[in-house]
Design a protein around this ligand. Structure first.
Ligand code: SIN
Ligand code: CO
Length: 375
């Protein structure tokens, strides 16, 4: 693992998480950056990897989209390269997610890595999500600013969301191994002092809008379309044309009764485990992996890009993997918990899991949904 965070987690959760920024000096005991800048640049050359360059030229912020070519890294103005979801490609970077394992893993989105030349910056901005900014190589000066929301004025720009105003309140120079935690909505602005790399462990949270929509879709599937509004025992209508408060009370009561039908919350787990990038499972690869699983593999491991979560319910354990949901008996819990905690299953534990019908079925489901891989 990437080690233990030098942090009082309970105090952090009680006072900082989602509320207040926090600087954690020497957050890791012995820290070496898990990815050198030239390897990061290498990732940004690849077609399927999401990368951007932000450049500041004569009062103007410019955004360039990857994939890049070697010459894109020769620029006269201060620039920053940002590569998204590096944890999907580099196991050492994926392990940084374990630093925040005191938070629910389904809240974690990805680890973005940036490289900047001296003076490079993405500009003053705020994000909608929490982020742990871990300084890799070199130094970056971070300024924290005001609380922002969707009404905060931005610079006119098609794609970049850069704040028009920035009221700096605190300033920190981050050194390798330091972490700055920034909650959603707090303006921040980091400027490289010399070349530097920054690892952003970024979180996600579903939009309430999207939650309502998923929940309603689920409810509509369960509701009998032949159910109608009813008003037995109604009083005589006294004022022609009126929708009375009593009518509205009946409406609300009948809606509440309809909503109580939606007891199952699978839509939520399915929603928050949706993968960041769509992927196709190759039938041949799956068949090969299944054969290896049957033959007794050396180990199985959570796929770095996989989103896996579970929920205990009266009927058993619902396991979510990459947006899918399936119910298993409670006997799978041990294996599942080990896998979620250690990311790996091998030796005796794996052999036992494969020998039992329920856990073998779980592993097959995780394989099919892209949750694990076998070696
Ligand atoms: C950066 O790494 O330069 C930007 C990260 C952020 O502000 O969220
Ligand atoms: Co940010």
């Amino acid at each position: 693992s990437a080690g233990e965070l030098n942090l009082d987690k309970d105090a952090f959760l009680a006072t900082c998480w989602q509320r207040e920024p926090l600087l954690i000096r020497s957050a890791l005991k012995s820290f070496t950056s898990p990815l050198p800048a030239d390897e990061l640049a290498g990732l940004a050359l690849e077609e399927d990897i999401e990368s951007r360059i932000i450049e500041y030229r004569e009062g103007d912020w410019q955004l360039h989209h990857g994939p890049f070519r070697g010459e894109d890294f020769q620029r006269d103005n201060p620039w920053t390269l940002l590569v998204q979801a590096v944890d999907h490609y580099i196991p050492e970077v994926a392990r940084l997610r374990q630093l925040v394992d005191f938070l629910p893993s389904w809240r974690v989105d990805d680890v973005m890595v940036s490289y900047a030349v001296d003076g490079g910056s993405v500009g003053p901005h705020y994000d909608n999500y929490d982020v742990f900014l871990l300084q890799g190589e070199g130094r970056r000066r971070w300024r924290l600013g005001q609380a922002c929301d969707s009404r905060s004025p931005l610079l006119p720009h098609d794609t970049l969301r850069i704040l028009r105003d920035f009221e700096s309140s605190r300033e920190y120079l981050l050194e390798p191994g330091d972490i700055l935690y920034v909650p959603p909505g707090i303006a921040h602005w980091g400027i490289a002092e010399g070349e530097c790399t920054t690892f952003s462990i970024g979180f996600r949270a579903p939009r309430i809008n999207d939650m309502v929509s998923r929940w309603a879709d689920d409810l509509l599937e369960k509701l009998d379309p032949e159910l109608f509004f009813r008003d037995p025992g109604i009083g005589a209508a006294s004022r022609a044309g009126e929708i009375s408060p009593q009518d509205m009370e009946r409406v609300r009561a009948q809606l509440r009764a309809a909503m109580d039908l939606a007891t199952d919350s699978r839509w939520f787990g399915a929603m928050v485990t949706e993968p960041r990038y769509e992927f196709d499972t190759d039938d041949d690869d799956l068949a090969e992996a299944r054969a290896l699983l049957a033959a007794g593999p050396g180990y199985i491991e959570l796929s770095p890009a996989a989103r896996v979560a579970w929920q205990q319910e009266p009927e058993g354990i619902t396991v979510f993997a990459n947006g899918q949901a399936r119910l298993f008996s409670s006997t799978v819990l041990d294996t599942l918990a080990t896998l979620c905690e250690d990311w790996r299953l091998d030796g005796e534990r794996l052999a036992c899991a494969l020998a039992q019908a329920d856990t073998a079925r779980l592993l097959d489901y995780l394989l099919e949904s892209g949750g694990i891989y076998v070696e």
